[in-house]
Ligand binder design. Structure first.
Ligand code: PXP
Length: 249
């Protein structure tokens, strides 16, 4: 099975920094440490309200990183201008609501196909691999392919919530739907990623899906790093992903 890349989302290092309005902890320092510890890429979400990552973080990440930056953003004119200025390796379009605590659902692509196609085209022309963060609904997956995305990132948040709530039969049904979605997307020529809410306990069945090429993980890694350190937490996540890929998860 192909090796699964790990993208480390460093947003919540910035959340802690911003809680005190200080210069530390610095998300760029965390990103460089994550690269050393085995991250294949760094993910950062510049939200409209700048609640964690801010514009200067993106500038500094672009200057400092040795691995690809996956720039998460809403499909707005402001964000498109920022992405076109920086030309990160990847742009992941996510839905964004001001009142939400995190990205709650997938992007609605099917009903917004014309606008999104027009939004994606200049980013793709600028050399960014455009990814759409969506649920496993076949309508959304097919629309993502039609919109000109290179990648879809399947939303694993619901699967992780069902696991945390002990609703294992529903969790397994959600996992089966994610597996089906990954097969469909791959068959349509899309590169398939997944992420949201993944932990040591939930990563293995997702990592074992053969069509997947990348996982993006943040909140758990940054939280666990308080206890175990960032490098060893990333190394342990990497180990679990590789074991699942090798059929030992
Ligand atoms: N992928 C996308 C598109 C996201 O929006 C997020 C959260 O910012 C993640 C992955 C990572 O989710 P988590 O922080 O829960 O690991």
């Amino acid at each position: 099975m192909t090796r699964l890349r790990l993208g480390v989302n460093i947003d919540h290092v910035a959340t802690v920094r911003n809680a005190r309005g200080s210069a530390y902890p610095d998300p760029v320092r965390a990103a460089l440490l994550a690269e050393e510890a085995g991250a294949d890429g760094i993910t950062a979400h510049l939200r409209e309200d700048r609640r964690h990552i801010v514009d200067d973080d993106i500038e500094r990440l672009m200057a400092a990183l040795t691995r690809p930056l996956n720039f998460e953003m809403a499909a707005t004119a402001e964000m498109q201008e920022i992405a076109l200025r920086h030309r990160p390796h990847a742009v992941c379009l996510v839905p964004e609501k001001r009142e939400e605590r995190t990205t709650e659902g997938g992007l609605e692509v099917a009903s917004d196909l014309n606008r999104l196609s027009g939004f994606i085209a200049p980013l793709a022309e600028a050399g960014c691999r455009v990814s759409l963060f969506i649920g496993h609904d076949p309508r959304q997956i097919e629309a993502a392919a039609r919109a000109g995305a290179a990648v879809v990132e399947l939303h694993t948040g619901h699967y992780c919530d069902l696991h945390a709530d002990g609703r294992f039969a529903e969790r397994d049904a959600e996992l089966a739907a994610l597996a089906e979605g990954a097969r469909l997307a791959h068959g349509l020529g899309l590169e398939v990623h997944a992420g949201h809410g993944l932990t040591f306990d939930t990563v293995a069945p997702i990592a074992a899906l053969p069509e997947l090429r990348e996982l993006n993980i943040g909140h758990f890694l940054i939280g666990e790093a308080i206890f175990a350190g960032l490098a060893s937490t990333i190394a342990e996540m990497r180990r679990r992903m590789d074991a699942a890929r090798a059929g030992k998860g």
